[in-house]
Ligand binder design. Sequence first.
Ligand code: SF4
Ligand code: SF4
Length: 58
Amino acid sequence: MSIKINRYKCGYCGTCVGVCPKGALELVETWLEVDEDLCMACGICDRICPVGAIEVIK
Ligand code: SF4
Ligand code: SF4
């Protein structure tokens, strides 16, 4: 399980990075990286993203 990031919607604001309990998200310059080994698909980032750019995938 992991997440899918919609690159067209994401504004790279970093909000999701700060709330991930696993530290699985990282902004690298203007790109949002997800560590799929750390992500537990809890959906917190999905719910907090102001533009709906994250989707949890099973
Ligand atoms: S909260 Fe949404 S818009 Fe902001 S960096 Fe995360 S995915 Fe992108
Ligand atoms: S689904 Fe949960 S664990 Fe995975 S990146 Fe989002 S906040 Fe982090």
